[in-house]
Write a protein that binds this ligand. Sequence first.
Ligand code: FAD
Ligand code: SF4
Ligand code: SF4
Length: 477
Amino acid sequence: MAKEPMLKFVSVGRDMPTKRDAEDRKDDFLEIYGEFVEAKAEEQASRCSQCGVPFCQAHCPLHNNIPDWLRLTATGRLKEAFELSQATNSFPEICGRICPQDRLCEGNCVIEQSGHGTVTIGSVEKYITDTAWEEGWVELIKPAVEREESVGIIGSGPGGLAAADRLRRAGLKVTVYERSDRAGGLMMYGIPGFKLEKDIVLRRAKQLEDSGVEFVLNCNVGEDISFDAIRGKHDAVLIATGVYKSRDLKGPGAGAEGIVKAIDYLTCSNKVGFGDDVEEYQNGELNAEGKKVVVIGGGDTAMDCVRTAIRQGATSVKCLYRRDRANMPGSQRETQNAEEEGVEFVWLSAPKGFVGDPVTGVMVQKMRLGAPDASGRQTPEVIEGADYVEEADLVIKALGFEPEDLPELWGVNDLEVTRWGTVMADFQTHATNLEGVYACGDIQRGASLVVWAIRDGREAADAMVAYLDQSAAVAAE
Ligand code: FAD
Ligand code: SF4
Ligand code: SF4
């Protein structure tokens, strides 16, 4: 009988690719995790118990066929593993790097639940497609039939790019309109290089461009071209613009110099990483070097800001969060990485106001956790008389994002939005109330994750193809 290649979790322990030492990694913006070598990837994939009902797959937003590509990897059939993996995921090497696996696939792996340590699904997924790129298995898109219809996609984040990939495969002419100077959305200018190196995003954009997708960069829809003009040029349109309105802080001194938005700070840092000449970095406005930095917020954006400030050479970096560690929204893995790099977390602390202009400190209110609210989360309550001033000469606000007012900005009052300002669209077809107009990603679901934007983009693309098929059939009658 052939030797069973799988179910090795009893004898083989969980192992991640090597993580660079904190002292070494805090001087650069390169990714902190290394790559599996072939033998290690095979060994780790072989730990999977090949569940009949794979909870990992059920909790992956793309329903990736995880047990099958793990088995193919474990048995050395890597090209087939790649083909299977890319059948459900447009950018597996990106998800393998930045999905919060502890909350999705890996957190629900049954061998994790039984105390043996999860299969390192994300690292294997990354390994498979990184190898595919190295081996030349990732090919340009060659549609079986070229179609006459064209689609316009507004926004080149993961939602827009995943849709572009699928629509081009269906033979459609695809144009992506992007207000920024580089494609990729938050994968390019939000998420720092130490989580996702920019070459990984650029090669995907290039693959699409070389496959016939047209990119119109530096084109702000609503300003450089109207939404109606885009509708007039294309047979269907996808809105994939993300959410960019930063939640703000009130209180005395909130407008002082030296208090900046997380998205401006991270965008600037990513541009500097490309060698761009950014004035706000040169003049110190968005540069943490030599400064006492306080970041306000407890989500992934705050984690990215504190770790960027460390790399820019801040003298101290503190993160203020109004709840405790157990109740923070950011990933525990990223929090640990930040601590290793020298970030200090000041839990149960909320800003009440700011001192100085330019800012010299944050007035901090100490909090305790009270009774759980309707969602079950404990509500922070102020501890009277415990206020103090935290010294700071750069304060970064990382309190989350809301949608911009698209109907107002684009002069399309008939585009329906929800009471949160997100574009109202069907959650399966992603169709909005306007004929031939679809929406996906953060602008439809609110600030979320790359993997959800990819899923939405793929679903929206399929619905757009069905819509165009139907329109063509009606025209032919
Ligand atoms: P976006 O990625 O925001 O892309 C939208 C694009 O539309 C942008 O390029 C924008 O410039 C463009 N655009 C907007 N308006 C216009 C217009 N009028 N005309 C033309 N173009 C326009 N998710 C994870 O899964 N893992 C992480 O580790 C992670 N880290 C994050 C860190 C930060 C700092 C932030 C802010 C988010 C992070 N996220 C992470 C969330 C993730 O990046 C988003 O959920 C995802 O990028 C949403 O994709 P999208 O395509 O909907 O929008
Ligand atoms: Fe896990 Fe994300 Fe990959 Fe799905 S896409 S298997 S959630 S890492
Ligand atoms: Fe394998 Fe874990 Fe998925 Fe089960 S839940 S199929 S053990 S990866």
